[in-house]
Design a protein around this ligand. Sequence first.
Ligand SMILES: NC(=O)c1ccc[n+]([C@@H]2O[C@H](COP(=O)([O-])OP(=O)(O)OC[C@H]3O[C@@H](n4cnc5c(N)ncnc54)[C@H](OP(=O)(O)O)[C@@H]3O)[C@@H](O)[C@H]2O)c1
Length: 117
Amino acid sequence: MEIGVVGLGRVGRALVTMLAHRGTKVRLYNRTEVRAHEMAEIAGGSVAASPAELARECDVVCVCLAGWEATRTTYLEKGGLLEGAGQGRLFIDMGTLEPAQARELHGHVNAKGHRFL
Ligand SMILES: NC(=O)c1ccc[n+]([C@@H]2O[C@H](COP(=O)([O-])OP(=O)(O)OC[C@H]3O[C@@H](n4cnc5c(N)ncnc54)[C@H](OP(=O)(O)O)[C@@H]3O)[C@@H](O)[C@H]2O)c1
């Protein structure tokens, strides 16, 4: 299983470090690409060119972004997670969201046949 991590701030980096210590294969995406390459060097793993590419290849996608607009567009925009996702993905969103925002994402994700936590 390959786990994708989108957003390599404090939360994303801690998650990638933990996964790498456990020997899990990880694929990384970050808006500021240089941070993804730095993390790939430290913890191993490979860098995806877009959220869509990451979700095409990873069974589980962990999203660790700051802010609703950043989160929403990363799922929904062109080149975003839902455009690229292969079949039956599990999205685990670790960001701080309002309940209504989480429900909105849940609706979009479920409508495409994926699961959302
Ligand atoms: N689940 C938990 O236990 C837990 C604990 C603490 C925090 N959180 C939540 O986790 C989320 C991330 O926290 P953090 O401390 O890791 O934040 P952070 O260190 O500020 O990192 C923010 C991340 O979001 C990305 N980002 C910000 N604006 C963006 C935009 N407009 N488009 C695309 N990417 C954008 C940043 O990318 P760049 O590198 O390109 O700027 C970076 O990867 C927050 O919602 C926070 O409340 C959760």
